[in-house]
Design a protein around this ligand. Structure first.
Ligand code: ADP
Ligand code: ASP
Ligand code: MG
Length: 423
């Protein structure tokens, strides 16, 4: 029981490495049991065992399926890839029962987690809380298959890679949980990906806004949409390690994602993120007159291609310009097709695509009130001989596009330049 005798509901989410085998699933069961014993009504959201979703995707995506003679199919892709989470939900419910904790599994359609029909990247529309909350409050742990929802016409839809985070936050919002704990293979959100910079430090707190930028700029620790949802719904989020035993609280303080006002320690830059998911498209010899950008980006928008960074420059010859922009790697070929098909209308000489690029970004709310952040960034990259191809900024981030071969070098140089290295 929580404050004034009300039940305090808690959502716990475990990622792929945390449920990778039965031994780990048993440990997860112990962690869940500890929260039940502490008096919480618990819902647990699980991912598929690590590697499983990739394996399923390989059966269904364009290349793999085409090689086996199957035409790709968005709605059936979801039926296949959502299956990994069904397995772990059942296994965890069994592991909980084995240690005397009442539990049952829930698939997306059984709750239901209602999603739109954008298969493969669906968004959650609604989670009616009544059935789930009643089961939780009756003392039965709800073990929920993450990553999946059901469309209004009864089809399975998945929420995009990393989508179990979003399942967990949506459920936490729906049942008005006191917190959503995201258990993963690192013990919190770090100043940068600890896999590429050993000197990265765990942040004890990070604001929703910074976390949103970090996630959308490549830090895979939380799915972007989950942070967006947590921010919009005011769900307190905590990121922590699942590789601990119950009761090990001080060793596992994790990172709290919260409102900016709750953070005492003020930093100019909180983190460095990187992404290798974009490709650079260059258009040469564009006519330099009004309406050209609208012609290009209008066509891409109509085809649902997301454009990220954009830079335009004058070419040496009079009245022509060059333009460079980035799109997701998976949209690169389609983008080239679209602009080529309109070469006459747009009027350009040539188009090139470069997939060997990486976007490296520094993020921090302190940028709003401090100058010199860009200068430090460009200085640090110049010192390492890293050439900047495209730059983009927002109020709280600066991103540069560089040669992918220099990703690690650039991340480490920036991490040091902003004083983020471990002391
Ligand atoms: P899960 O399977 O639990 O969802 P993910 O692999 O999706 O785990 O996310 C955890 C991983 O995110 C970490 O292993 C880490 O390499 C990576 N990561 C990237 N950037 C960061 C960061 N800034 N802080 C912590 N982890 C990060
Ligand atoms: N299993 C899914 C994936 O690998 C969802 C998740 O892990 O959050 O993307
Ligand atoms: Mg994840």
């Amino acid at each position: 029981m929580g404050v004034r005798g009300q039940v305090s509901r808690l959502v716990m989410k475990f990622g792929g490495t945390s449920v990778a085998d039965l031994e780990r699933i048993r440990r997860v069961a112990r962690l869940v049991n500890a929260e039940v014993q502490a008096g919480h009504s618990v819902a647990v959201v699980v991912s598929a065992m690590s590697g499983k979703t990739n394996e399923l995707v390989a059966w269904t995506d364009g290349s793999g399926a085409a090689a086996q003679g199957l035409a790709p199919s968005d709605d059936e892709y979801d039926v296949v890839v959502a299956s990994g989470e069904q397995v772990t939900a059942g296994l965890l419910a069994m592991a909980l029962r084995n240690i005397g904790v009442a539990a049952r599994s829930w698939l997306g359609w059984q709750i239901p987690i209602i999603a739109d029909d954008a298969h493969g990247r669906a968004r959650i529309d609604e989670v009616p809380p009544d059935k789930l909350a009643a089961a939780m409050d009756a003392g039965e742990v709800a073990v929920i298959a993450g990553f999946q929802g059901v469309t209004r016409d009864g089809r399975i839809a998945t929420l995009g890679r990393g989508g179990s985070d979003t399942s967990a936050v949506a459920i936490a919002a729906a049942v008005k949980a006191i917190r959503c704990d995201i258990y993963t293979d690192v013990d919190g959100v770090y100043t940068t990906d600890p896999r590429i910079e050993a000197k990265a430090r765990r942040l004890s707190k990070i604001s929703y806004e910074e976390m949103l930028e970090m996630a959308s700029l490549g830090a895979k620790v939380l799915q972007t949409r989950s942070v967006e949802l947590a921010m919009a719904q005011g769900v307190p989020l905590r990121v922590l390690s699942s590789f601990i035993e119950p009761g090990d609280d001080t060793a596992n303080a994790g990172t709290i994602v919260c409102d900016e006002e709750e953070i005492m320690e003020k930093r100019i830059v909180s983190g460095v993120a990187y992404s290798r998911d974009e490709a650079k498209i260059s258009l040469f010899g564009l006519p330099d007159h009004p309406g050209v950008s609208s012609e290009i980006f209008g066509r891409l928008a109509d085809a649902n291609v997301n454009v990220d960074m954009i830079v335009q420059s004058h070419a040496r010859t009079a009245d022509t310009a060059n333009m460079e922009f980035t799109v997701g790697k998976r949209d690169a070929a389609r983008t080239v097709e679209i602009v080529r098909a309109a070469q006459k209308e747009i009027g350009f000489d040539d188009v090139a695509v470069n997939e060997d690029v990486a976007k490296v970004s520094v993020i921090g709310v302190g940028m709003r009130s401090h100058t010199g952040v860009a200068k430090t960034m460009f200085g640090a990259l110049a010192e390492k001989g890293v050439n900047i191809q495209v730059i983009s900024t927002s109020e709280i981030k600066i991103s540069v596009l560089i040669d992918a071969a220099y990703t690690e070098l650039a991340v480490r140089a920036l991490h040091a330049a902003y004083g983020l290295d471990q002391l």
